[in-house]
Design a protein around this ligand. Structure first.
Ligand SMILES: [Ca+2]
Length: 446
């Protein structure tokens, strides 16, 4: 084989154009009678190093550490460098550039409503579907979560509480936040992360009592800023803790930097409390064994801080900006305690994985870029190639790199240079011309 041939294979596979069967269920798909419940938790701006199990020297995350020990993991799991692109890929199983969701603001966070979401696919198969937290793929019909397959929704608008899309009276409050339940303004009581999890618990209980399997999506807006309103008990803890070991540069240990770090960590430890409440609640409801619980983050940390030795942070395509833990707990179905899978995977794989677990086929004709990870999580490794398509013309400048493409092929990493970038542009023009153009026809939605 010529030297150049594998590169084309990589690109074709990564663009989903040369890997027939990538999303073919490869795990032991569940039968209709034993369909698992699914809980997907994704936090906002929590970095790869913001966990006790990642070696963080000061951060307290005992419940997430316990969950990691009970989970199958993928060590090199990749997301996008900012919020919305990750959410679009997570919801669709497709590269975000196909979905029009390419950045977080000025209209670039509105996902093409014809995209078919995992919530739509699972709802069509009989699942109760609920979202509790951050959607960030469009605030108006027909782009809201409630228009995109979620029967139950309790969400904030835009990219976060405290942003311009906040409703009157919102005032950027994380405590007693003004949210939207199924499209209707609602003044909630308590800290927002606690409110989301409480709403998810009630949704789970109700679905279980009705005998329906459920898909609960809990994308918290914490530990994303603003930072003026964080859990006070944890803030007191971290204010009294020496945090210098968690600074990217101990020489920057100013009062302001340490205060900011304490506030991020306070929100993260509160998330951890809620993970503890979640696992306890699943036990109480008798659902723990038949629930696939997945945990991940949406992008790297928002500031430089301890990041397990990875370079970069949110907004960069260095490892520290795009790597997330992937924890998947499904007792009796996925192994625990083993070495994390060492092959690459990404956010585009989550929707195919959930479909596989539920034994649900995607609609005919729908192209998914990702593949099910059930085999990988169970220790069956397959060669895998991925690409971050940063060189497309519409990629926002802050997500570009020079040289642009980040490729990973199997175990070794390849950092591609300009000759490959030119090759790839030619290939993309030839093979993926419609990725960013208006569609000539709509697909049937389930
Ligand atoms: Ca984010």
């Amino acid at each position: 084989m010529k030297r150049s041939a594998p590169i084309s294979v990589i690109l074709l596979c990564a663009l989903g154009l040369g890997c027939a069967g990538d999303h073919t269920p490869e795990g032991a798909a569940a039968g209709a009678a034993e369909r698992p419940n699914i809980v997907l938790v994704m936090t906002d701006d929590q970095g790869y190093g913001d966990f006790g199990f990642a070696g963080n020297p000061v951060l307290q995350t005992p419940h997430l550490d316990a969950l990691a020990a009970q989970s199958a993991q993928v060590e090199r799991f990749y997301v996008s460098p900012v919020c919305t692109p990750t959410r679009a890929s997570l919801m669709t199983g497709r590269y975000n550039y196909r979905t029009r969701a390419i950045d977080t603001y000025i209209g670039r966070a509105m996902m093409e409503p014809e995209e078919v979401t995992i919530a739509e696919m699972l709802r069509e198969a009989g699942y109760a579907t609920g979202i509790f937290g951050k959607w960030h793929l469009g605030d108006n019909y027909p782009m809201r979560a409630m228009d995109q397959g979620f029967e139950e929704s309790l969400v904030h608008r835009g990219g976060g509480i405290g942003q311009p899309s906040d409703p009157p009276g919102g005032q950027g409050k994380y405590t007693d936040a003004v949210l939207f339940r199924n499209g209707t303004r609602e003044e909630t009581t308590g800290y927002c992360t606690d409110v989301y999890f409480d709403a998810a618990f009630e949704f789970m209980r109700r679905a279980a009592s009705e005998g329906r399997p459920f898909f609960a999506y809990v994308p918290t807006n914490a530990p994303h800023g603003p930072f003026h309103d964080v859990p006070e008990d944890w803030l007191a803890h971290y204010t009294q803790t020496d945090l210098t070991a968690a600074l990217a540069d101990p020489g920057q240990a100013s009062e302001q930097v340490l205060d900011r770090l304490a506030r991020s960590y306070a929100m993260i430890s509160n998330i951890d409390d809620n993970i503890g409440r979640l696992t306890a609640r699943l036990e109480t409801l008798g659902l723990a064994d038949n629930t696939l619980l997945v945990f991940m983050v949406d992008n790297g940390p928002d500031r430089d801080r301890y990041n397990a030795g990875l370079r970069g942070r949110k907004g960069t395509v260095f490892e520290g900006g795009i790597r997330s833990p992937l924890l998947a707990r499904w007792p009796g179905r996925l192994p625990t305690g083993g070495e994390p899978a060492d092959r690459i995977a990404a956010h585009i794989d989550i929707a195919p994985t959930l479909l596989d677990a539920a034994g649900v086929e995607p609609p005919a004709g729908l192209h998914l870029d990702g593949r099910s990870l059930l085999g990988l999580l169970a220790g069956r490794h397959r060669r895998r190639d991925l690409v971050r398509p940063d060189a497309l013309p519409a990629v926002p400048p802050r997500q570009r790199t020079d040289p642009p493409p980040l490729l990973r092929r199997g175990r070794p990493a390849l950092q591609a240079g300009p000759p490959l970038a030119a090759r790839r542009r030619r290939l993309e023009r030839r093979t993926c011309p419609g990725a960013l153009r208006p569609r000539g026809r709509s697909r049937r939605k389930p």
